[in-house]
Design a protein around this ligand. Structure first.
Ligand code: FES
Ligand code: FES
Length: 150
């Protein structure tokens, strides 16, 4: 079945089953491989995107459930210039293997949107993404840096 979805500001027509998770539409149909596959059960956060402006685990939402809501992936976040979080990530040398990091940044981007200055507790509450390399302290430092707190 054909669906029209808007991803990173561009409209795309995709011909997939309606119950195909957005994760696979992004990766397989559109070639946007920055969104990663981890657990497939909405737990790890590797597949995190923004859907209609909200942090969403793309393995758990089908293309038909997404409807016409706008989709933003890590490729769209830094399309014209690096997002402040991406700059902070580089400055804090956050990534180790890197696999979880696009999902981490997408979750963090919603947290710092509109100039928010999250506390440690705010960050702990929002950042439920799993990092097997254990970069949590650096992630917290980068979020604080990007939000003007150090
Ligand atoms: S792959 Fe979607 S949350 Fe793990
Ligand atoms: S950097 Fe390796 S899983 Fe997070």
């Amino acid at each position: 079945m054909a669906f029209s979805i808007k991803v990173n500001g561009t409209q795309h027509n995709v011909d997939v089953d309606g119950d195909t998770p957005l994760l696979w539409v992004l990766r397989e149909a559109l070639g946007l491989t920055g969104t990663k596959y981890g657990c497939d059960v909405a737990t790890c956060g590797a597949c995190t995107i923004h859907l209609g402006g909200s942090v969403t685990r793309s393995c758990a939402v089908s293309v038909q459930e997404a409807g016409e809501r706008e989709i933003v992936t890590i490729e769209g976040l830094g399309a014209s210039a690096l997002h402040p979080l991406q700059t902070a990530w580089i400055e804090q040398d956050v990534s180790q293997c890197g696999y979880c990091q696009s999902g981490q940044i997408m979750t963090a981007a919603a947290l710092v949107a509109k100039g928010a200055k999250p506390s440690d507790a705010d960050i702990d509450k929002a950042m439920s993404n799993i990092c097997r390399c254990g970069t949590y302290n650096r992630i917290k430092a980068a979020i604080k840096r990007a939000s003007g707190q150090g």
